[in-house]
Design a protein around this ligand. Structure first.
Ligand code: PLP
Length: 527
């Protein structure tokens, strides 16, 4: 196998393939048996070194154990020895191979469907259900003719791999990410099913503890969405009808919407033309005796200038709420987003930097009283069972979502690193090849998690169309500033920067598994 040779980097950048190993090639590799086992050993090595994903069906593992054990016994090992050796060798490869998801239903329904070979049918079905770019590694012809790519271990050359390695670019690739976090996601979901503690279960408490540690604050309160996090935070601060909350017009609707839902008035302050975040220099002139909070948004994954905002807030004794729905994991002068204000809110919407598999969110604070209030508001304003000193909402985070988020949190620090590298790579490529495109401006002392990689261009419609033609997805965040949304329409201060940006920004595909080859292609198309 030539993977070790010259093309490592190329290969690393194009690991969109999933090898699925048949039991026979694995048995040969584990027993150093036959003419071709070394090829399989090399392929396993490339999986171990994470150049490519390696998968097996769960029944492959049990049959493999039987095959290896029997072969060892035929080779004069006694029963106990052969069991020990077989399990040790299988455990070793299973430390880097992953098991295809499968439920009892798959095993049983396969009996109604297969024509030639039950096992073959089952593996084919599981592979087709779950893997986008599979190659079955087998010496056996039986897998052929099922619409899958089947290769003999000795066929796998660099050239073949690269030719097979065509993939679609996704705006956010949740499937690929899921395969990275397997099998912990599966294990955690199963635990919730076993325990049936669906509301406020142990996983919620565990997640809150880990997230508070991650961010570096005393309290994390898991809630039902990023939107509800904003609502609960403002309810805890007593914001109500007639109050004013200062915020940015250049954000997702939820920020302004929750202010309005409480009967308060969103006061929109224009954005900084470089960072696209609220301009701290324009906040003070918007403060009145009705101002009850400042609600800045750390847009696209970069924090707001919190030192300046906190200084103003302190002067006027008003709380600050960070909308950190897009910036979870970002840093500001060495501190984490969501640790910098009176209360901070984030979202676990699936496409956010830390996303669940449904709705979810969290509030963060160092303030004990506010934490207690938010916990009560989350459960109908209840302080003990069926006692309700105040009005609240049903705003809990599901145990199932918490379980999924716990599994995804394990890979999150690595994903933040990758996001940063991918963002920096885009910026380098664009600066070099597309002088007419303005990349995100990340300030000194800040790190972005690039919830979106958003560029500023003059000919947005044309570029979107060009990318669409070559199957590169893009999006606009956000085409209409909040002050112009019919639901929130206000006559506001001059909001010229927000106005201009809303007609010029577009976001490129961005997720931790985007490859440099894909990025180069995208930039070439933009050029
Ligand atoms: C996504 C988002 C929200 C809302 O989060 P949900 O979990 O979808 O309710 C709020 N503010 C901003 C800036 C967002 O990007």
């Amino acid at each position: 196998m030539q993977l070790e040779s010259n093309n490592k980097k190329m290969y690393l950048n194009k690991s969109h393939l999933q090898f699925v190993f048949d039991k026979n090639v694995l048995a040969d590799a584990l027993l150093s048996r036959g003419n071709d086992y070394q090829y399989t050993v090399n392929l396993l090595q490339s999986v171990k070194q994470q150049y490519v994903e390696g998968w097996v069906a769960s029944h492959t593992v049990s049959i493999l154990y039987y095959l290896v054990k029997q072969a060892l016994q035929a080779d004069d090992y006694n029963k106990e020895e052969s069991q020990q050796i077989a399990s040790k060798r299988i455990k070793e490869i299973m430390s880097f191979l992953k098991v295809l998801p499968q439920c009892g239903h798959d095993l049983i329904t396969a009996f109604d469907e297969f024509e030639l070979d039950y096992e073959n049918y089952l593996i084919t079905k599981l592979v087709k259900d779950y893997l986008p770019n599979p190659i079955i590694i087998s010496q056996n012809k039986k897998f052929e003719g099922q619409g899958l790519t089947v290769k003999h271990p000795s066929d796998m050359t660099d050239k073949l791999l690269i030719s097979l390695n065509q993939c679609d670019t996704h705006f956010v690739d949740l499937k690929q990410q899921q395969r990275q976090a397997f099998p912990n996601i599966e294990k955690n979901i199963k635990n919730v099913l076993v325990n049936c503690n669906f509301i406020q279960g142990n996983e919620v408490k565990q997640l809150e503890k880990k997230l508070a540690q991650f961010v570096g604050v005393k309290h994390c309160i898991g809630v039902s969405s990023g939107t509800d996090a904003l609502l609960i935070a403002m309810m805890a601060l007593g914001i109500q009808s007639g109050d004013e909350v200062i915020t940015t017009p250049f954000t997702f609707i939820a920020t302004g919407e929750m202010i309005a839902l409480l009967g308060a008035k969103p006061i929109f302050v224009d954005i900084d033309p470089n960072t696209y975040n609220i301009d701290p220099n324009k906040i003070e002139q918007a403060i009145t005796h009705k101002t009850k909070a400042i609600l800045p948004v750390s847009l696209y994954g970069q924090c707001v200038d919190f030192d300046s905002i906190n200084l103003i807030a302190k002067k006027y004794q008003i709380p600050v709420i960070e909308d950190g729905a897009q910036s979870f994991g970002a840093t500001y002068k060495g501190k984490k987003s969501c640790s910098l204000t009176t209360i901070a809110c984030t979202s676990f919407f699936p496409s956010k930097p830390l996303g669940g598999y449904g709705d979810g969110g969290a509030c963060f604070t160092d303030n004990d009283e506010l934490a207690t209030l938010m916990r009560e508001i989350r459960v109908h304003g209840q302080n003990k069972r069926y006692h309700h000193p105040r009005i609240g909402i049903n705003g809990r985070l599901d145990t199932l979502q918490a379980a999924i988020l716990l599994a995804k949190l394990d890979i999150f620090p690595k994903e933040i690193e990758k996001r940063k590298i991918i963002g920096d790579t885009y910026t380098q490529l664009l600066t070099k090849h597309c002088p007419h495109i303005i990349p995100p401006y990340i300030k000194n002392g800040y790190t972005s998690v690039y919830a979106q990689y958003t560029i500023k261009v003059d000919n947005r419609d044309k570029l979107i169309e060009t990318l669409k033609k070559v199957h590169i997805p893009s999006a606009v965040h956000y085409p209409v500033p909040l002050n112009q949304q019919p639901a929130l329409k206000t006559d506001a201060f001059d909001l010229l920067n927000a106005q201009e940006l809303s007609s010029k920004v577009m976001s490129l595909p961005m997720h931790p598994y985007l490859t440099e080859v894909e990025q180069q292609y995208i930039v070439n198309m933009l050029k």
